[in-house]
Design a protein around this ligand. Sequence first.
Ligand SMILES: [Mg+2]
Length: 116
Amino acid sequence: MHGHQKQRVMSIDEAQQMVDLWIKTTGVRYFNELTNMTILTEEVGELARVMARKYGEQSFKAGEKDNISEELADILWVLLCLANQTDVNLTQALKDSFEKKTKRDKERHIQNAKLK
Ligand SMILES: [Mg+2]
């Protein structure tokens, strides 16, 4: 984490609430779920384009910039929207995911010779 200003911690719950407030005021209303699903896919593609240029074998074209943080935030934004629209508490969902992965992959990665 870097930057000039001291960053205040934002919980996932706060992020969901802040996006909800922004959408209902500045954004008027949510795009519907399928529209946001499409936007999520589009934003993942935009991240892929930057990754291909920065870490892959493509090069940045004139005027293109390394904006990985912006694209990650775009993805997070629409993901938060989709969570709100589908009544998902992402804090709980992430905790559940940790539990699932820990149980399921308890031995898997340790035994993966390719990771050594
Ligand atoms: Mg974007």
